[in-house]
Design a protein around this ligand. Structure first.
Ligand SMILES: *Cc1c(COP(=O)(O)O)cnc(C)c1O
Length: 490
């Protein structure tokens, strides 16, 4: 299967590329993204065939259906990463919390957030492709919390890949910061930046636009790639668990094959939701995908009113920081799928120049065939956490935004899967606040919650406090270039 570009072709690149090319060089013409030329059929026959498959067998079936140019042994090696999750036989457990509500837990990997679902196998594939081609790649991540640890973890000690990770000093949780600064491998560099996440991203953008930096990369025979969800190599691994959720409901007897279900996705950059959209389109019986947001509710406005409006909006810091995003990259792939190249280019260009676009009434109807949306305030999130914890289920703040969509946005009372995108341990101060504990650090929150509710803190989190800090640097925005150059030139 080949990949084409959402904003059309500018003549300097191939009109259609294979998977390997789309993931090594993920930026398409005119600032667009790569999308599959067509989707495989993952409908009833596929589901019936995989009814008893393990997660890894299902994943293999999905990748085969996409017919990508990656050899089988490499696919096997990539999927082997799921065996390092808490339960190798079922890396993605689905738990029932209400009669018709199931929570699919995507956080049982090494960094305790859903980013591992895609980044773990993706890291194996990207590094192996780079090695085979004899090319060196640099991946630069700017993180507000979860992407950084998951990117470092998957690429550490891998050949032909270097990773730099910028984080806002003081802008992440203690656990997230420790996950990054204790990573010890010669191909990783972690730098704290004075300022907030916007400053960090701005610094990264300036670097990407700089000729001096380009020359340094060329001189050192290094190309740039990306590990965020603009890379289709992330998205493909984010289709699998949506099918797995459907099969788990089937196996639990909650549905019969062919019955529709709702999916609820706590969304930021819309990669997770896009995976669900592709799966729905490929034939899995999904009634609608409900998009849950926090107070940065631009996706709610887009899906409810057809308006994508950044004007006068500042980023609000919430207790679900991985969803503190206003420019949600993967919406573009849905626009392309619904309205084609010309219209996508027009809308994305308008967003760039005017910070705004609006769909027509007909276009909005198209979007609403597949999506619904709502958002929760920090207070609402805390109330949900408290209520469910009192009933014996502990969820993180991102997951908690799903519950309002569950109670208010379903048009039919169908079985529903909500996605849990992080373990509570990454956001323990918010859990503590929800249940009325006074705490002054992540560590204190972790210990208090664990002992009160009889929970175990996973070794991966508990041991962070004993590990040596390897990356001490905190720099001004203006010094980032020098730091990067030193790292690339060693
Ligand atoms: C990244 C992330 C999200 C948002 O996912 P997108 O695919 O960017 O929409 C939600 N919750 C957590 C915990 C995350 O790390």
């Amino acid at each position: 299967m080949n990949f084409i570009e959402t904003r059309g072709n500018d003549g300097s690149k191939s009109k259609s590329v294979q998977f390997s090319k789309a993931i090594l060089s993920p930026l398409a013409s005119f600032g667009g993204l790569y999308v599959p030329e067509k989707l495989p059929d993952l409908g009833i026959d596929f589901l019936a065939k995989h009814k008893e498959s393990s997660y890894q067998e299902l994943a293999k079936g999905v990748l085969e259906a996409f017919d990508i140019d990656i050899e089988e042994s490499l696919i096997d090696a990539a999927l082997e990463r799921y065996s390092s999750f808490d339960n190798p036989n079922n890396p993605v457990p689905v738990r029932q919390v209400e009669d018709d509500l199931f929570i699919c837990e995507l956080y049982h990997g090494p960094t305790r957030a859903f980013k591992d679902m895609a980044l773990q196998p993706f890291g194996v594939i990207l590094s192996s492709l780079a090695q085979k081609r004899g090319e060196n790649y640099l991946i630069m991540a700017a993180t507000s919390g979860d992407t950084g640890p998951a990117t470092l973890e998957t690429f550490k000690n891998r050949e032909n890949i270097k990773v730099t990770c910028l984080y806002p000093a003081g802008g992440t949780s203690d656990v997230q910061r420790l996950q990054m600064v204790t990573e010890d491998a010669p191909n990783l560099k972690v730098i704290g930046v004075e300022g907030n996440f916007d400053d960090t991203q701005e610094a990264l953008k300036a670097l990407l636009a700089s000729n001096e930096f380009k020359e340094v990369l060329e001189r050192n025979n290094t190309k740039l790639s990306a590990a965020n969800s603009v890379n289709f190599g992330r998205i493909i691994f984010q289709t699998i668990y949506h099918i797995h959720s459907y099969l788990e409901l089937l196996r639990k007897g909650a549905i019969e094959l062919g019955d529709p279900i709702y999916l609820i996705v706590p969304s930021g950059n819309f990669g997770n939701a896009l995976g669900a959209y592709y799966v729905k389109k490929a034939g899995v019986p999904i009634e609608k995908i409900l998009i849950a947001s926090n107070s940065n509710n631009i996706l709610t406005d887009f899906i409810e009113y057809g308006k994508y409006d950044l004007r006068g909006r500042g980023l609000i810091q919430t207790n679900s920081p991985a969803m503190d995003i206003l420019k949600s990259s993967n919406v573009e792939r849905v626009l392309y799928d619904k309205f084609g190249t010309q219209r996508t280019k027009e809308l994305m260009e308008q967003l760039n120049s005017e910070n705004y676009y609006e769909l027509t009434a007909d276009e909005l109807k198209e979007i609403q065939k597949d999506f619904g949306a709502t958002f929760s305030s920090d207070r609402e999130v805390e109330e949900v956490i408290k209520k469910y914890l009192e009933n014996g289920y502990l969820m993180d703040p991102h997951t908690a935004t799903c519950i309002k969509a569950y109670s208010e946005k379903r048009e039919k009372m169908l079985p529903t899967v909500a996605y849990s995108t992080a373990e509570w341990t990454k956001f323990s101060p918010t859990i503590a606040k929800s249940v009325g504990f006074e705490v002054s650090s992540d560590r204190e929150a972790l210990n208090k919650i664990a002992s009160k509710y009889g929970l175990k803190i996973p070794e991966k989190i508990a041991s962070l406090y004993e590990k040596e800090i390897k990356h001490l640097k905190i720099v001004q925005k203006t010094d980032i270039m020098n730091e990067m150059i030193q790292f690339i030139e060693v």
